[in-house]
Design a protein around this ligand. Structure first.
Ligand code: PEP
Length: 250
């Protein structure tokens, strides 16, 4: 059986006080979550606090991005070694908000992916199409291009024990979820594409779905054969709601 992972992407939300309360709330309900892994990705400045609160628990911590370089004059960036030093296990790369609001290209995302691996972090590689790309019938083309950019740099080995998150951009933060069938179709496409290169790595790959996942729709999404958990934005900001999603994956 593949590893399942539910990861909360807190984006740029919270205060020291609210982040402490949210972390404690999630920790309180963690023993009722089954086998699925659970992670949270706080704003970088709160990572030390969350890492300290979660130390010794099963709740993993991740960065929301990671620099493609290891040190030097890269204002505003955070190196993989820094995330690692503060207890992070994961690093999200290629989130659509980074791609679309901050102009991150496929190539830069691929380099960030490599930097995560180089520093012992598990990359969570986000891929997904814009609404106009879906409407033009280009979903698979876009997702293939985003995967190919990483494959070109790492080869299939880069995907060993990595995580891919399929996040249709039109479903992120919009309340519009892909149907389980729509999501499954793209998840199967991702797995089949990687399977053509190495079926063992592809079969073991955790592929999360992200895009307006809530407690009320998590179970039917996670019941699909190629959906191995979720990357959760808005609904990860409330401990009870997030825990219910985690239980649906467990
Ligand atoms: C996300 O930003 O990765 C995400 C899936 O957000 P939301 O759950 O709010 O749609």
């Amino acid at each position: 059986m593949r590893n399942r992972l539910v990861a909360g992407n807190w984006k740029m939300n919270g205060s020291l006080e609210s982040v402490r309360a949210l972390t404690r709330g999630i920790l309180e309900g963690l023993d009722q979550v089954g086998d699925a892994g659970v992670a949270v990705c706080p704003p970088a400045i709160f990572i030390p606090e969350v890492a300290a609160l979660t130390s010794g628990s099963a709740l993993a911590v991740g960065g929301q991005n990671v620099c493609d370089q290891d040190s030097g004059a890269f204002t505003g960036e955070i190196a993989g070694s820094m995330l690692k030093e503060f207890g992070c296990r994961y690093a999200i790369v290629g989130h659509s908000e980074r791609r679309n609001l901050y102009g991150e290209t496929d190539d830069l995302v691929a380099r960030r992916f490599v930097a995560a691996r180089r520093n012992g972090l598990t990359p969570i590689l986000c891929v997904g199409e814009l609404l106009e790309e879906r409407e033009a019938g280009d979903t698979e083309k876009v997702v293939a291009r985003q995967l190919d950019a990483v494959l070109a740099v790492t080869g299939i080995e880069g995907f060993r024990d990595a995580v891919v998150a399929y996040e249709p951009v039109w479903a992120i933060g919009t309340g519009k979820t892909a149907t389980p069938e729509q999501a499954q179709e793209v998840h199967a496409f991702i797995r089949n594409k990687l399977s053509e290169v190495d079926s063992t790595i592809a079969d073991a790959l955790t592929i999360q779905y992200g895009g307006s996942v809530k407690a009320s729709n998590a179970e039917e999404l996670f019941s699909m054969p190629d959906i191995d958990g979720g990357l959760i934005g808005g609904a990860s900001l409330q401990a009870d709601e997030f825990l219910a999603i985690c239980r649906a994956a467990g």
